[in-house]
Design a protein around this ligand. Structure first.
Ligand code: NAD
Length: 671
């Protein structure tokens, strides 16, 4: 049986939109790559696109090796000669342990290629297809061993999109699925497993349902394009409106994928507005016009959505998508976790589809579906038995304490400026003035200080995470509260704020700042007083006070210098310039950089990891480091020795050492 370590060489067949990206990704991940296409012009253009993309990554500092080293791993191969597959392709395949096919979406073409590949590749080699809509099982039927044929569905562009769907055909072996999951991980992607060969897999099925319903609502005059998009953007907080996304990715693409899913038996509602756009060639951004107009073909400018247009019932808008997700879960197509990951990473939703269901209320979703079913008679609106059963059992989601998730252990307190959420062993402090980008007011400082005191007393809370709601972590202190005040008032504000940052820094539990969007001025000062900072790639950090005529007043001049050195701190504070998250990560201001949309999960995972460590040990570690930095090495070392020895009187050390000797996981109690 083949193992992931055995895979050294990959042949990517098809060097178009997807193939060249997959080849680039594979080469970046250290694989030797043969990239095949029908003629050398296409290959040359693919190679220059790859070089261009690699040099962009190098400029951003995200490429680990020189561009030439990565390019050196890719060898172009002309795949056809005189109307049949070339010997060159045959040799490349014979040398490869994995083929990833990305040729056009045509069953016959794919079957021919798979038949050829299976005749040339080794007896353990894996044959993967990037098809979006064709059955893996039928592609596999052309080979001598369908157990080694699998779906490996990347998203466009493969280098940047974090998700890969791994699809099991009717005869694909579990081992092959496992190896491909590992290969995807080795490529730095997050794989999800699709256990049954259903049309559209997870992402396209759920998205297809959402688009189809959105279109149906517009067709029937129940909502307008703008209302659907404003609801998706403002109420559901999707990164894009539904029709905006159709424009962005191409109306033709959705039209054809939906058609392919319908041909394979999925019930799709009639949808005139899509069909009209498709027939008129108004494919969206690429044509300069779709549901919205763009300045020129290929130039995307985000349409502005109006908040007051967000009038569609979100439970209705998401009803078919949730129904589909329930169907996928109930019929064993994918696990709950993988479905959640798929919509977050594949569609950029800030929450999983089941999390939305729980929030909206399972009963509300079922009601919306039943109402539509009664009005239209369309079978597709029949609520999935899983949803019906949940309603029968009173599992209505968050409001009943249980739905797809259990909320028994979750307590939420909404204050004027903050939301405190205990999700033991974690507590989240959410800065909650989204309409003001979470500007820090005296009230917020007072509430945060009080919340921290309360959380400190709760023994079951082991880690605190601070984050922002809406579009930012925090854009800084609320300067409107500075109007018409005296220097003495400002001094008091500054000292209160500094006390808060000291409280965070010398908190007895680890504090993580989860940063997205802006973390500026006072926002960054709060983040810098936390022990660890995790930021999404879209974050922007800075101390821009100088532009308003003043300087940071809540520890910014002190902590920034300690974190990144005086020279960099001076540059940031004196120019007032913003620092993109990737740069902040490079200079050590941010500990971890994560993909947008994954920040909460990544912060939670990090917090859960810390929550397993001994609480006293964590406290001593942070105190020893922070206090040690303020003293000389002799004092620091003495303090370290003192704290070190003190820990040996704790039960947790006994537990840690015994667990180590007994080769089990320790259970620390904080005693
Ligand atoms: P594309 O048309 O951009 O590229 C296909 C390439 O395959 C072309 O360069 C073509 O010359 C080449 N080709 C055709 N026959 C060949 C052969 N016999 N040998 C070698 N090369 C051959 O298409 P694409 O958008 O990259 O899609 C490829 C596959 O990936 C399709 O199955 C599609 O469904 C799937 N997919 C596409 C996307 C997307 O967003 N474009 C996303 C996920 C999956």
């Amino acid at each position: 049986m083949i193992r992931v370590e055995d895979i050294k060489t990959i042949t990517v067949v098809g060097a178009g939109t997807m193939g060249h990206g997959i080849a680039e990704l594979a080469a970046m991940s250290g694989f030797k790559v043969y990239l095949a296409d029908i003629d050398s012009n296409i290959l040359n253009s693919a190679m220059s696109k790859i070089r261009w993309s690699l040099s962009k990554l190098a400029e951003k500092g995200t490429l680990k090796e020189p561009v030439d080293t990565v390019m050196g791993r890719i060898e172009p191969v002309v795949s056809v000669k005189d109307g049949s597959f070339s010997e060159e392709l045959g040799r490349a395949l014979a040398e490869s342990q994995l083929m990833i096919e990305a040729i056009p979406e045509n069953l016959k073409m794919k079957q021919d290629l798979f038949a050829f590949a299976s005749s040339r590749m080794g007896p353990n080699a894996i044959l993967a297809t990037n098809t979006s809509s064709l059955p893996i099982t039928e592609i596999a039927s052309a080979t001598s061993d369908p157990t080694r044929v699998v779906g490996m569905h990347f998203f466009n562009p493969p280098v940047l999109m974090p998700l890969v769907e791994v699809i099991k055909g009717a005869r694909t072996s579990d081992e092959v699925v496992k190896v491909i999951v590992e290969v995807a991980r080795k490529m730095g992607k997050t794989p999800v497993v699709v256990h049954k060969d259903v049309p559209g897999f997870i992402v396209n099925r759920i998205l297809g349902r959402l688009m189809n319903l959105a279109c149906f609502l517009v067709d029937r005059g129940i909502a307008s394009v703008q209302e659907v998009d404003a609801t998706a953007f403002y109420s559901l907080r999707f990164p894009m409106g539904v029709f905006e996304l159709a424009d962005y990715s191409g109306i033709d693409v959705f039209y054809l994928v939906t058609k392919a899913m319908a041909e394979r038996g999925m019930e799709i509602l009639p949808c005139k507005v899509f069909e009209e756009k498709f027939n008129a060639g108004k494919y969206g951004v690429k044509r300069g016009e779709g549901f919205y107009k763009y300045p020129e073909p290929g130039k995307f400018v985000k349409p502005s959505h109006q908040k007051e247009m967000a009038k569609v019932d979100p439970a209705l808008l998401l009803s078919l998508a949730i129904n589909e997700a329930a169907h996928l879960l109930r019929t064993g197509v994918a696990s709950k976790e993988d479905i959640e990951t798929s919509v977050k990473l594949g569609l950029g939703w800030p929450k999983g589809v089941f999390e939305y269901a729980d929030e909206l209320g399972i009963d509300k979703v079922v009601e919306a579906l039943s109402r539509m079913k009664a009005e239209t008679g369309a079978e597709v609106f029949s609520p999935d038995p899983l949803l019906q059963e949940m309603v029968r059992l009173g599992k209505l989601g968050r409001k009943s304490g249980e739905g797809f998730y259990s909320y028994a252990a979750i307590e939420e307190v909404v204050m004027e400026t903050l939301v405190i959420r205990k999700e033991k062993p974690i507590a989240w402090i959410t800065l909650n003035r989204p309409e003001r980008l979470n500007a820090i007011s005296p009230k917020m400082i007072e509430e945060m200080s009080k919340a921290l005191d309360e959380l400190e007393e709760d023994k079951e809370v082991r880690v605190v995470i601070i984050k922002g709601s809406g579009r930012a972590f925090s854009a800084g202190a609320d300067v409107t509260s500075f109007a018409a005040v005296t220097p003495l008032d400002i001094m008091k504000f500054s000292r209160k704020f500094q006390e808060l940052t000291l409280k965070i820094q010398f908190y007895t539990k680890p504090v993580i700042a989860a940063i997205h969007g802006y973390a500026l001025g006072g926002g960054l000062e709060i983040a810098m007083s936390a022990d660890l900072r995790i930021a999404s790639e879209d974050a922007m950090l800075g101390q821009p006070e100088i532009n308003l005529g003043f300087i940071p007043g809540a520890g910014g001049t002190q902590r920034l210098a300690r974190l990144v050195g005086a020279a960099r701190a001076k540059e940031l504070i004196m120019t007032g310039e913003f620092l993109p998250a990737a740069e902040a990560h490079k200079i050590g201001l941010v500990n971890r950089l994560v993909k947008p949309g994954t920040l909460e999960d990544e912060a939670r995972n990090l917090a859960l990891k810390l929550a397993e460590k001994p609480p006293l040990g964590l406290m001593m570690a942070k105190f020893s480091i922070d206090m040690g930095l303020e003293t000389n090495i002799w004092g620091g070392l003495m303090m370290e020795a003192g704290l070190f020895s003190l820990l040996f009187s704790s039960e947790d050390v006994v537990e840690g050492v015994s667990a180590f000797l007994e080769k089990r996981k320790p259970k620390f109690k904080g005693r």
